[in-house]
Design a protein around this ligand. Structure first.
Ligand SMILES: C[S@@+](CC[C@H](N)C(=O)[O-])C[C@H]1O[C@@H](n2cnc3c(N)ncnc32)[C@H](O)[C@@H]1O
Length: 469
């Protein structure tokens, strides 16, 4: 097979990223946006040692599961990968992807329960991040193309809330009217480099990330936003003049509106400010947190350790039925937020939030609580790279009965569950399949939550219970 060659093939499987797989005699070909059973024309882009990367040219016989993508820049923008697949089929794909990842990585056969979905599989996102660049043809506001730093212009985004189009339209109007420039990353120059927006109970926090500490004609921008949005909003200016991929600089200035907004979830009040972390899909997040609470099923004798606790909403929820809950989080602002949240809900007496790395804090915490005779339930919600081996080893050295693990990356989830269950083992810094698996925990639940509909991503909840013998 040669680069630029055009060929015809039949897709026999889908990869974990939703891409079509065609098995040719001499190679495995990955064709994004092609579906199982489809006869497609493709163009070879890259021939690697073990596989070939190709571009879809034409679908010659479409699959039954194919639907027309809503978005005009789907395939160009890197945000969604699955809009061309019927929604029910997207869920099946994610469920079977989790099952096969557990088998492949952890040598573990798991039964994946049906996915919990939100009410809307479009317009579900509550936060938005738009790079703004200056090009030869003018200002472009949009999203990055997949694996690239090229910005694809958009007028709207169908997985984001409907105010997205008004935000883009308002900034286009403002930038054109006052000749405000987008960012040029080569010369580190321009006026605006990014626009970010968060929605909290129908109120928006809009942040303009600029290179200077003054926005030209800021009052006109507020007028234009008021005219376009017709909902309550706050406007912040953040200054970032460094040539970096990090979005925010250190300084935030409130230009208009309230500094933060309060909302509630499952009976817990929480405050979201300009820097607070928020899950992207509020409806599915509430279902996920409710499922974690039910899986933990704490009683008055249980101490819940919430490792990787973020801004503490789940810690507060878990503390309600428990003896106490302990959060461990590495980001100082998140811990401040978690302490504030505990106070706001009158739960300070039942919650302790530790600032630091789980690998440094959790092992001693487990030991101390067990020595005091407490029943311990451990909740793990780590970032994409999964848990540090020190955390895994501390669990293996303990006799914790129940672990509830929430993850947004099936491969690291499967690795960590394999280590905890005993189908994998760590020897001399390497993870290997165990010759004699111990099966020290039963995997009682593997449940996907479709937090990121239309995309390849999925959130998964796993519940482990120690075998009684
Ligand atoms: C997937 S988020 C989960 C946050 C929270 N449980 C929630 O539902 O919003 C992972 C969190 O782990 C934190 N984190 C990352 N590495 C950490 C570490 N080594 N020790 C403690 N926290 C860490 C991140 O700052 C982030 O808040």
């Amino acid at each position: 097979m040669k680069k630029n060659e055009e060929r015809v093939g039949i897709v026999s499987a889908l990869g974990v990223n939703g891409e079509g797989i065609i098995k040719e005699e001499d190679a495995v070909v990955f064709v994004p946006f092609a579906l199982v059973g489809e006869k497609v024309k493709y163009k070879v882009l890259k021939v690697a040692k073990k596989c070939v990367y190709a571009k879809l040219i034409e679908v010659l016989t479409p699959a039954e599961n194919r639907v027309r993508a809503k978005c005009p820049v789907f395939e160009k923008c890197g945000g969604c990968q699955l809009q061309h697949i019927k929604y029910v089929q997207q869920l099946k794909l994610k469920e079977s992807g989790i099952e096969s990842t557990f088998k492949k990585i952890a040598n573990l056969s798991v039964k994946v329960k049906p996915t919990i979905k939100g009410d809307d599989h479009y317009r579900y996102r509550n936060k938005l991040q738009l790079p703004v660049v200056q090009t030869d043809i003018g200002v472009i506001i949009g999203f990055y193309a997949e694996n690239s730093h090229r910005v694809v212009a958009i007028d709207d985004c169908y997985i984001n809330a409907s105010w997205t189009k008004n935000i883009i339209s308002a900034f286009k109007r403002y930038m054109a009217e006052f000749n405000v420039k987008g960012y040029n990353e080569f010369t580190n120059s321009g006026d605006i480099r990014e626009i970010t927006v968060k929605e909290i109970k129908g109120n928006l926090i809009i942040t303009v990330v600029a290179l200077h500490d003054k926005l030209p004609e800021k009052d006109r921008l507020i007028d234009i936003l008021t005219d376009e949005l017709k909902i309550r909003f706050s406007l912040y200016l953040n200054v970032n003049d460094k040539n970096t991929n990090v979005i925010y600089g250190d300084k935030f200035f409130l230009l208009y509106g309230a500094p933060n907004y309060t909302a509630d979830m499952l009976g817990i009040k929480y405050k979201i400010g300009v820097q607070s972390f928020m899950q992207v899909n509020t409806a599915v997040c509430a279902k996920l947190y409710g499922a974690v609470r039910d899986a933990v099923d704490a009683d008055e004798d249980t101490v819940v350790i919430d490792a990787y606790s973020g801004a503490g909403l789940m810690t507060a929820l878990l503390s309600k039925n428990a003896k106490k809950a302990i959060g461990v989080e590495i980001v100082p602002e998140a811990v401040e937020c978690a302490n504030e949240l505990a106070e706001l809900n009158g739960l300070s007496g039942k919650i302790t939030n530790y600032l630091g790395k789980c690998e440094d804090i959790v092992p001693d915490l487990i030991k101390k609580e067990r020595e005091q005779g407490n029943k311990v339930c451990l909740v793990l919600d780590p970032p994409r790279k999964g848990c540090d081996t020190k955390v895994i080893n501390a669990i293996l050295d303990s006799d914790i009965d129940k672990i509830v693990y929430v993850s947004c990356k099936p491969s690291t989830l499967a690795r960590d569950i394999g280590l905890l269950v005993g189908t994998l083992e760590l020897s001399e810094g390497e993870i290997k399949r165990a010759e004699n698996p111990t099966f020290r925990y039963d995997v009682t639940t593997v449940r996907p939550f479709d937090m990121f509909a239309q995309t390849k991503h999925v959130e998964t909840l796993v519940c482990l219970e120690r075998k009684t013998n």
